[in-house]
Design a protein around this ligand. Structure first.
Ligand code: MN3
Length: 212
């Protein structure tokens, strides 16, 4: 059975960039819903509970057809949110939970790779934000590493993610309205600009180091 993971910080830790109410509802209602619905789908084919979530998402075609869409949407939702919480951190750290502060940019290896792929760190941020901004409706923007080990930026609809196309995500941002509407209303660009303040680059570097 899948369970809702604990956040690595408290609900108000990402203030003022991501507000407490959004974090609380996003984690306890939205993410919980994906977990519950994923379990419900897999209950119809219990042998699929043995596989890891990554295996399921990486090879959706092999998942039984009657639960495939539910696994794609809710398994994707569970994976994406678990990943998302981890690649964020309080802008000033949080001594009560021991969480590290976010950094304004990544350290040397990843920064060099980003500059090589997108010309500059500033251009990378523009392109990433633009991927989130231009995603019509609900979805995610990603910085991913392809099979050729190259960095790429793109967006996916709904709860799809890079795993489903054979890539590895190292950074992602939720651009569903539920991720920002309470604080930013229709201003998705403002939310995406604020997001940089709470990126846990240390964690992104770990993902990058593991797959590159
Ligand atoms: Mn969400």
């Amino acid at each position: 059975m899948y369970v809702l993971p604990k956040l690595p910080y408290v609900y108000d830790a990402l203030e003022p960039y991501i507000d407490t109410a959004t974090m609380t509802i996003h984690h306890t209602k939205h993410h919980q819903g994906y977990v519950d619905n994923l379990n419900k789908a897999l209950d119809k084919h219990v042998e699929w509970h043995q596989k890891s979530l990554e295996e399921l998402l990486h090879d959706l075609k092999s998942v039984p057809e009657d639960i495939r869409t539910a696994v794609q949407n809710n398994g994707g939702g569970h994976w994406n949110h678990s990943f998302f919480w981890e690649i964020m951190a309080p802008a000033k750290g949080d001594s009560s939970t021991g969480s590290e502060p976010s950094n304004s940019e990544p350290a040397r290896d990843l920064k060099k790779a980003i500059e090589a792929a997108f010309n500059s760190f500033v251009k990378f941020k523009e392109q990433f934000a633009n991927a989130g901004l231009t995603r019509f409706g609900s979805g995610w923007a990603w910085l991913a590493v392809g099979k050729d080990k190259k960095l790429k930026i793109y967006s996916t609809p709904n709860q799809d993610n890079p795993l489903m196309q054979g890539d590895q995500a190292i950074l992602g941002v939720d651009v569903w309205e539920h991720a920002y509407y309470l604080k930013y209303q229709n201003r998705r660009a403002d939310y995406l600009a604020a997001f940089w303040n709470v990126v846990n680059w240390k964690r992104v570097e770990e993902h990058f180091a593991r797959i590159s």
